[in-house]
Every structure is written in C-alpha cells, then in structure tokens.
Design a protein around this ligand. Structure first.
Ligand SMILES: Cc1ncc(COP(=O)(O)O)c(C=O)c1O
Length: 305
C-alpha cells in the first residue's frame, strides 16, 4: 500500500510523506514501543478489536521506557479511529508506534522528543501458508528468547524484535514457516511474534506470561473464550519434547490470528491435519471478532464511525 494517510504527531499526512530523520534515536538504539491492532468487518460496520486494551498496553510499554506520550488513552483511541477513517473503509492491521526522535545521539534517549505515528495497512498472510489445509511448519530456534533479566518483556518494544527477527530469519532460511522459541529455562515460551497453545487429551495448555512471553491480547481472548464455553485449560510450562507429542498446536497473535501448527522440527503434530479443537477455537474467535458473538461483542469491539 502506498496511498492513504498516516497519523503523525496529531496530523494526518499522505503515505509517502510520513518520513523521519535518519538520526532518529529509535532507529539507532531500539527505543520505540508499538502496538498491533486489527479492525474487522462486522454486520454493524468496521470495528477495532480490543482497542482500549491495546492502547493500555502501549501506555505500559511507554512507561517502561520513561516515555511521556503526551496523549491520554482516550485521545490515542480516537487517533486510531481517525486514522482508519482517513483511509478506505477496509479490514486493516493498525500499527501505532511511539519513538524517541531526532535530537541528541548517544544511548540516553531522555533529551529527545517522543513522537507517535499510526499507520494502517491490509495484512493477510503474516505467517507463510503454502497449503491452507495444513498447519505451519515450525523449528525450535537456536536463538534463546530474551527474558525479563535483560529486557522488560511486558513492553512491546522494537528492541525485543531483533531477537524475534533473528529467529524468524533462521527459520525461513532453513525452509520452515516460523520459529518456536525456548526461554532461558529451556521451556517452550512463544513463537517469534505469537503466543502458543497446545492440546493434550482435550486440555488446552499455554505457558504463563511471567515466564517471558508477551501478554498477548489474542492469547487472553482465547483464554476468555475457552473459559466462557467451558473447555478445559491449564496455564503451565511446556517442555520441548512435550510439544512434539501434542495432539494439536496453534499460535495466536493479532497479525497471525489463530494459526494451526503442522509440524515442529519435522515431528508431525497429531495426524498432520488441523485439529478439531483448533478449528473450533478459531471459529469462535472469528465469530467474536466479526461481532457475531453477543457474549463479547459490546465488551471487545469499538465500532468505527
Ligand atoms: C513476541 C510476541 N508474542 C506474542 C504476540 C501476540 O500478541 P497479541 O495477541 O497481543 O498480538 C506478539 C504479537 O505482537 C508478539 O510479538
């Protein structure tokens, strides 16, 4: 997409004019925090999914990096809506980013101005999908997931994504679709940019976020749906060998949605087909995002215009 408008520090500017200085602090030192939000078509019009929760997480990420965003949560929610409205009414991925800007070079960003931008684009295939009937092919990364001893993992900071990018590049170069990452204790923690669930004996299992995973809003939504519909679940550590012998595995993320996993390190998951619970949860999640489930509609959807 090269047309449309991008919101920059309060103004909507044409796509091609949304530029920043090459000495922007965030570019050199990874001092930026961001969000990924989706807006979906529903029977009642376009709606942003869990917008207040995403903006709250952005605020928390910013706090971790001593960033004063200069806007209230409500103002930033409105800015997201304005940006969507300033573009063609479509299903979008929405990317707000706050960054320390151009000013003083050097590791300390505090003297520099904090800027915010919000862009939207259509983003369909986030994890490569050669066969829609099959799940993604994962490899356990040789890169360990960074953790809270080095970085605030509750901050969705660009700096954390160098680790993710190394893992994703390695997986793609090795012919896989996505990387599965272990934490410093050797436990399965998340993929390069998605949380993970596995199914064993009809129980859905996901690792706790305090062992280093991002507190994913899709993960949280899936857990709420599971609780509401009464499926069995556990939040506990998952070992590498256990995930190989899971009945089903799926990934969750705003960009990726709910994505079945077909094999991990060449061990086929289940019988190789997309599992029944994965199909069920994905169907329920899509009903929620498309405004077809009244149990979650009012709570999680912000209608645009
Ligand atoms: C490292 C990581 N884990 C998990 C997720 C999933 O989070 P969410 O569902 O909030 O998009 C993301 C997505 O941004 C991520 O980057």
């Amino acid at each position: 997409m090269t047309e449309g408008k991008i919101w920059m520090d309060g103004s909507l500017v044409p796509w091609d004019d949304a530029k920043i200085h090459v000495l922007t602090h965030g570019l050199h030192y990874g001092t930026a925090v961001f969000e990924g939000i989706r807006c979906y078509k529903t029977d009642y019009g376009l709606a942003a999914f869990r917008l207040p929760d995403h903006i709250r997480r952005l605020m928390h990420s910013a706090k971790m990096y001593f960033m004063d965003l200069g806007y209230s949560e409500k103002q930033l929610q409105d800015a997201v809506i304005d940006t969507i409205n300033a573009n063609k009414p479509e299903e979008y991925y929405v990317r707000p980013i706050a960054y320390y800007g151009y000013g003083k070079m050097g590791v300390n960003p505090l003297p520099n101005k904090v800027s915010i931008a919000i862009a939207v684009w259509k983003w369909d295939e986030y994890i490569r999908q050669s066969d829609p009937q099959k799940g993604a092919r994962l490899m356990v990364s040789s890169w360990m997931r960074i953790d809270g001893k080095s970085m605030p993992m509750n901050a969705k900071a660009t700096a954390n994504y160098a680790n993710s990018a190394l893992a994703r590049m390695e997986a793609l170069k090795m012919g896989f679709d996505e990387a599965l990452m272990l934490n410093t204790a050797g436990k399965v923690i998340e993929a390069s940019a998605e949380n993970i669930f596995m199914v064993r004996d009809n129980v859905l299992i996901t690792p706790p976020v305090n062992s280093g995973a991002l507190n994913g809003i899709t993960r949280d939504s899936v857990l709420a749906i599971i609780r509401h519909y009464g499926s069995l679940y556990e939040i506990r550590d998952i070992s590498r060998d256990e995930v190989y012998i899971a009945d089903e595995v799926f990934l969750t993320g705003t960009a990726a949605g709910i994505r079945a996993v077909g094999d991990i390190d060449n061990r086929i998951i289940g019988n190789g087909d997309i599992g029944q619970l994965t199909i069920e949860i994905k169907g329920k999640f899509e009903a929620v995002t498309q405004g077809r489930d009244d149990n979650f509609n009012k709570k999680w959807l912000t209608y645009i215009s």
